[in-house]
Design a protein. Sequence first.
Length: 206
Amino acid sequence: MNTKEKWLQWAVELQSIAQAGLFYGKDAFDMERYERIREISAEMISNQSEIPLAKVKNIFCSEIGYQTPKLDTRAAIFKDNKILLVKENNGTWSLPGGWVDVNLSVKENTVKEVKEEAGLDVSADLIIAVQDREKHNLPIYAYKICKIFVLCSVIGGMFEENIETTDSRYFAMEELPELAEEKNTAEQIAMCFEANDADQWTTLFD
């Protein structure tokens, strides 16, 4: 782990302590101290990640209660032993997916994201893996993320260009395009192929 990653981990831990203190604390002086610790952690993250301080505070310091990881779903959809990827606006490719909305379950969110990004109606059939993002993807983010890979089956629909994606295609493992590796790596996609080919898959988790 490099120095920058250590700084981010320390800042994340400080923020988590401060957030718990703000939620559970009672003493007014302690609350002021926890608030200052939270501000310092945001300043550290902004300095190390080069993300503007206002954005860090908006993402990182707006929650209340005990801090937990964010959830990200990724759908694995296969046709003729090829996997579906969608093309991002920056030209890289990813499995359809995104943040889990607060009013949706993991299953509901997976279905929603595929519809929005790939235009397809799917059933979410099997959890392939639940991964700690920072163990698999770069760059390291200033907050923890659990990535949930879901094997899906197509029911209907067709791709339409939208504000998030400009194309949708199926790829064999040996012909993968340039990937949005902050969202999914070749190793993660290979894992999805293994799950699809397996007679009986056991969910992987970190």
